[in-house]
Design a protein around this ligand. Structure first.
Ligand code: 5GP
Ligand code: MG
Length: 179
């Protein structure tokens, strides 16, 4: 399964299942060290980060409160517009809490820039971001992710939670668009 076809596009393996899982245990080891003695709330950004969140939290030393938000950029194509809509809001107080935001992928960074401002208005103690993937070349925002699984080239990816037109999320590896 090195190539897959989803709807009308071909994709090839970019990061294997074992590479993903190995990197997640490393990320968790870093987080366990940095958050030792604290109790950050894990804020998972749906839909794309559901698998990453599930795998990551099971490696954490603390037993975190896990909450979800669903955010969407207008459009729905292969490029994000930067205009953020809240499709599922956070409905628990976060005043004084440490927040660990879990994202599948940071591209332009506009979604996360928007989210950091939104959370700041709710008076958190700290907010850091762990993202599985980071498209460094596409990044336009001010604050880069604090914890990064893999930096990847600026091409469209699917799998391991991420979709192309709502398909491909259940793939165990990460695939990139073939040109
Ligand atoms: P940003 O605001 O950083 O430009 O975009 C963030 C969101 O766009 C991500 O959370 C993700 O939902 C979506 N996105 C960005 N790049 C990709 C990609 O290569 N594949 C998929 N499936 N979604 C992406
Ligand atoms: Mg996302």
């Amino acid at each position: 399964m090195n190539d897959v076809r989803i709807i009308d596009k071909n994709f090839s393996v970019s990061i294997s299942e074992s590479q993903i899982q190995a990197r997640i245990s490393e990320l968790a080891a870093t987080l366990n060290h940095e958050y030792a003695g604290r109790d950050p709330l894990v804020l998972s950004i749906l839909n794309g980060s559901f698998l990453f969140t599930a795998d990551l939290v099971r490696h954490l030393d603390w037993d975190p409160e896990v909450q979800f938000m669903r955010l969407s950029s207008y459009g729905g194509g292969m490029e994000s517009s930067g205009e953020v809509r809240v499709l599922l809001d956070l409905n628990v107080p976060i005043k004084g809490r440490d927040i660990l935001i879990v994202e599948d992928i940071v591209d332009t960074g506009r979604t996360m820039e928007w989210l950091r401002k939104y959370l700041a208005s709710k008076d958190f103690a700290s907010a850091r971001l762990v993202t599985l993937l980071f498209k460094e070349e596409a990044f336009l925002a001010k604050t880069p992710p604090e914890y990064i699984g893999f930096s990847i080239p600026n091409s469209f990816v699917v799998g391991y939670g991420m979709d192309y037109q709502e398909h491909g999320r259940s793939l165990r590896a990460i695939y990139q668009l073939k040109d």
